[in-house]
Ligand binder design. Structure first.
Ligand code: ZN
Length: 352
């Protein structure tokens, strides 16, 4: 039997006149797979079509889509400033993708409490830069919350879980380019290898990897609009927030602005309601080691006035977990990250 159309509409709308949204499930019980990330993004685009737009900005070497989500408040204004966030350059940095998805969830699903962050800004987020490497790093034995020290990844399974690069084959049988050594600023300098078998292999040439080309396209497209303000690239696991330069031992010209906005994030996390809040440090990225070919230096040079590397923590309380936090910590770690990033965004919006 067919229901009259008005009754169907009424039932679907819950009787309130507002369509019931089939909200895609965001979860922090376990790490997302590539497919789950893509499905989550697609679900948001269907449920929140007025606020969300997906763009395939390129393909990985193994032909997986690299997908950005552009989030607005739906008011149609085209002249807003932009915050661009990416995550997952390095395959083994499993927490970074959920940290990015949590930001998306806050801005889209929890829009009401965060709408001030979309008043004059759009956010563009690429939650998974390196889907091939990540998928490979998840292809070993099921993760059972064991503590993994990647300096001693001597078994095949640990080597898989500690994989860092993309999956493009090189000569001599070694696989992968370090995508965060492949950018065209200071390429080949410092902590960057010419040996295709090393984890920090810089690639055959600047932007030789399709994944770094895709990020470059997004960065340059945004820089060309003149609307770009903040680039933030989520990595792990050092517990530090870093600003340019990485390829030279000098600080960015506006390092004081960088330090001011970063300190807002560090303070917000310290004052958050966590039993063991992360105590982030900050500094220029060369303070860690000089590194050429990084996306953050490239973004800064391309025209983003603020460019940050967010290194998620490697420990909680007395537990050190490096790149693979136990799954029961995913939720609070990404929530803490959001509190820091929200505070940084608010400070940025005050100043820019
Ligand atoms: Zn990294």
């Amino acid at each position: 039997m067919f229901l009259p159309l008005f009754l169907v509409t009424f039932l679907l709308s819950g009787g309130q006149g507002t369509p019931v949204r089939s909200r895609p499930e965001y979860q922090t019980d376990d790490y997302y797979t590539y497919e789950e990330i893509q499905n989550y993004l697609k679900g948001l685009a269907e449920s929140y079509s007025n606020q969300v737009k997906l763009t395939n900005v390129g393909k990985s070497y193994e032909n997986r889509n690299l997908t950005t989500i552009t989030i607005s408040n739906g008011d149609g204004r085209k002249d807003k400033k932009v915050i661009f966030i990416d995550a997952g350059f390095h395959a083994r940095e499993w927490l970074t993708h959920t940290a990015a998805l949590n930001i998306i969830d806050k801005l889209v699903v929890s829009f009401e409490e965060n709408k001030h962050l979309l008043q004059d800004y759009d956010w563009v987020i690429l939650p998974l830069v390196n889907p091939d490497g990540y998928t490979y790093s998840r292809s070993g034995n099921k993760f059972t919350n064991e503590i993994i020290d990647c300096l001693f990844a001597y078994t095949k399974d640990l080597a898989v879980k500690c994989w860092r690069k993309n999956r493009e084959p090189n000569k001599h049988g070694c696989i992968g380019t370090d995508l965060n050594r492949n950018f065209g600023h200071g390429w080949g300098k410092g902590d960057s290898s010419s040996d295709p078998c090393q984890p920090t292999y810089k690639g055959l040439s600047e932007f030789s990897a399709s994944e770094s080309q895709a990020v470059r396209r997004v960065l340059l497209d945004l820089a060309n609009t003149g609307r770009c303000v903040l680039y933030l690239s989520i990595h792990s696991a050092l517990g530090e927030i870093l600003y340019p330069w990485g390829s030279e031992e000098i600080k960015a010209e506006n390092y004081k602005e960088h330090e001011e906005v970063v300190q807002a994030g560090i303070d917000a996390i310290a004052n958050g309601n966590f039993q063991f809040p992360s105590t982030y440090k900050q500094g220029p990225s060369h303070s860690l080691y000089v590194t050429g070919g990084c996306s953050s230096d490239y973004a800064y040079e391309a025209g983003f006035p603020l460019s940050l590397i967010w290194e998620l923590p490697e420990e909680r309380g007395n537990l050190t977990f490096e790149f693979h936090p136990p799954t029961n910590l995913i939720g609070e770690l990404v929530e803490e990250t959001w509190i820091g990033i929200r505070a940084i965004a608010e400070k940025v919006m005050d100043k820019y």
